[in-house]
Design a protein around this ligand. Structure first.
Ligand code: CO
Length: 249
């Protein structure tokens, strides 16, 4: 599939989707506390989307059952909200949300501390969010996907953590997943050149231990093989003449 460039009108629709994603993520963040279940977070998000009349992107996608992915501690991505999953002090929970507005997608994720967390977990959240910012800062016309990946990887490995290789970011637009793939690792100067009008979701997944992941028997939940904690931050970003424009804030 070729990369689809977006018009400014299309980017405005994606920004509308992105703003809904941001609102839902901030609402969910405010509900994260010891004793809450990941299903409580799901119900909060679903109720707000219903109020807004906005369609969730994940529910029904290849049979995925929920509007959010909620991935706790060593879960990397695609954790399924469950009333049995009770958050406790010291946990971290990654919350990923996507929506469609007027046929265009927005997709973003945050990782949220549950109460007080230990210093290594706090560093993991900080480094992962910084790595996303570094990837976004590398975005401009003429830069390459390798520049973006190298920027993310540099921050992650500089912090002593590992970039997950088995999942990558993606182009996004009238479909949630479009070309190109956007790895969170790479070599500066390599790979496809970015052009104004491209829109990509950059989404570093970072493990405190080794980079290897495995998918659980539910067919969705990806976990760090070594059981280490894992964080995930994501933004949908448009490439403009002057650099990156974040559509999910
Ligand atoms: Co995504």
């Amino acid at each position: 599939m070729a990369v689809v460039l977006k018009s400014s009108q299309e980017i405005e629709k994606m920004h509308r989707a992105g703003k809904v994603v941001r609102e839902v993520l901030e609402l969910v963040r405010s509900k994260v506390r010891p004793g809450a279940t990941t299903y409580d977070l799901e119900k909060t998000a679903e109720a707000r989307l219903n109020e807004l009349g906005v369609k969730a992107a994940f529910k029904g996608y290849h049979g995925y059952p929920c509007v959010l992915c909620t991935s706790v501690n060593s879960e990397v991505v695609h954790g399924i909200p469950s009333p049995k999953r009770v958050l406790k002090e010291g946990d971290i929970v990654s919350v990923d949300c996507g929506v469609v507005v007027d046929g265009y997608y927005g997709d973003a994720a945050i990782t949220v501390p549950v109460g007080a967390i230990d210093s290594n977990a706090a560093k993991l959240l900080k480094i992962t969010e910084e790595s996303l910012k570094a990837g976004i800062a590398a975005v401009r016309p003429g830069a390459t996907l390798g520049d973006v990946g190298a920027a993310v990887q540099g921050v992650v490995e500089g912090g002593g953590f590992s970039v997950v290789r088995d999942f990558v970011g993606h182009g996004i637009g009238a479909q949630m997943h479009e070309d190109p793939q956007v790895p969170n690792f790479g070599e500066a100067g390599r790979g496809m050149k970015l052009k104004a009008g491209m829109v990509i979701a950059i989404e570093p997944m970072v493990n405190a231990g080794g980079p290897d992941v495995q998918v659980l028997a539910d067919g969705w939940t990806a976990v760090a093989k070594d059981g280490s904690m894992s964080a995930h931050f994501e933004h949908t970003v448009a490439v403009t003449a002057t650099g990156a424009r974040i559509l999910t804030e």
